[in-house]
Ligand binder design. Structure first.
Ligand code: ATP
Ligand code: MG
Length: 364
């Protein structure tokens, strides 16, 4: 069986370091590993509209921002198909048919949707499109028969929902030769990368919450955000023993710091374990740790920022890349949709046997 990747992001803002460690960095590695037959990367504008219905301009503007972030991180249009969700109308058709396979109570149980409804104060007036977006996400994943979906941990309930739809579809409509492919989520191994917290230390870093370090932030912006980050509220004096758990600066170091960073920027310590041990003992100030984190982040983000500026010099070419990618994705979606319709017995005009049998029945 082919190995196929599908993943994507909502164009609700520029991408941040949570996206980077949660999914983007992994995608680029997988792309360059050469182990995958096809890689589809989707800008989920239709999904973004489900909770930004009165702000289409925000979604429209951010499509190009997300595309620039992709290219800056190393996604290569020669190896990966970059496309825009709304341009693939087949996805709406797939969603419509999958809706028959999911109950309202099942959607209500989805923990990510529950959480997002609360975040957006949607309790009393949930748009139907938002409520059903896990079903549309199943269409996104299955149109290209994706086997692997590299995502952050918050997406696990979505993959679970997709698997249920795949199993139900295949068992009802295609029990002998399955049409849809069962996808596997690929979650980061490091705990810190699964759900990177925001700079405020409260929730997950999220475009909608304004607690982000963006890939496109300038060096000064990154530094200012790091220096004002949430740490350990009980660590008042340098000599006080500190706490690592829930200390966002250390969570970011878990996600980004490697031993060679210590050699370069903090040679008194061999690795992160030594730094943590000193912090816990007491005698290590927050400012020193933050300065180190700033150096580590700057080293990782500078080449991304520079490449982004280069790509931004030819914006028409970026739209071209997205248009070509959308054409490629549409072809794959049309193929899957025709298999789906055949399995569901709604391919009347292609079914010569059906036409023949019906006419014989009436001729008798
Ligand atoms: P929004 O607030 O509009 O939902 P978002 O910042 O949550 O935006 P998404 O576009 O929903 O970003 O997520 C895109 C991908 O990035 C998903 O795979 C998601 O799991 C991952 N991701 C997003 N935020 C984080 C994070 N803080 N840590 C790890 N992964 C993340
Ligand atoms: Mg999100």
């Amino acid at each position: 069986m082919s190995k196929i990747i599908l993943t994507g992001d909502r164009p609700t803002g520029r991408l941040h370091i949570g996206h980077y460690v949660g999914s983007l960095r992994r995608r680029v590695e997988l792309q360059n590993s050469g182990e995958y037959d096809k890689i589809y990367i989707m800008i989920a504008d239709a999904q973004a509209l489900t909770d930004n219905i009165d702000n289409p301009e925000k979604v429209r503007q951010n499509v190009i921002e997300v595309a620039l972030d992709y290219l800056a991180c190393g996604l290569d249009p020669a190896k990966s198909t970059l496309f825009i969700q709304s341009q693939i109308s087949e996805l709406c058709e797939l969603t419509f048919y999958y809706m028959d396979l999911v109950t309202v109570s099942r959607l209500q149980r989805n923990p990510t949707v529950k959480n997002e409804i609360q975040l957006r104060n949607f309790e009393a007036s949930i748009p139907v499109g938002f409520f059903t977006y896990p079903i549309s996400q199943a269409a996104d994943i299955t149109f290209c028969k994706a086997t692997t979906v590299p995502v952050g941990e918050d997406q696990l309930p979505m993959i679970e929902q997709t698997k249920e739809i795949v199993h139900k579809f295949n068992s009802i409509y295609a029990p002998e030769t399955p049409v849809l492919v069962d996808p596997q989520a690929l979650i980061p191994e490091a705990e810190a990368c699964k759900r990177l917290p925001g700079t405020d230390g409260k929730a997950k870093m999220s475009k909608s919450l304004g607690n982000c370090i963006y890939l496109a932030d300038t060096a000064d912006e990154v530094k200012a955000k790091v220096m004002s980050m949430y740490t350990d509220p009980l660590h008042l004096q340098v000599s006080d023993p500190g706490h690592i758990e829930g200390n966002t600066v250390f969570t970011y170091l878990d996600a980004f710091a490697r031993d060679e960073h210590f050699e370069r920027y903090l040679p008194d310590y061999a690795n992160l374990d030594e730094l943590k041990a000193h912090y816990i003992r007491g005698g290590l100030g927050d400012v020193k740790v933050k300065k180190f984190l700033n150096n580590v982040l700057q080293e990782e983000l500078e080449p991304i920022r520079n490449r982004r500026q280069e790509f931004a010099k030819d914006i028409p070419e970026i739209y071209n890349i997205l248009k070509k990618g959308s054409d490629t994705a549409r072809e794959a979606a049309a193929q899957t949709l025709s298999e789906v319709k055949h399995a569901m017995k709604i391919d009347y005009f292609d079914d010569k046997e059906l036409i023949k049998a019906q006419s014989e029945r009436y001729l008798k």
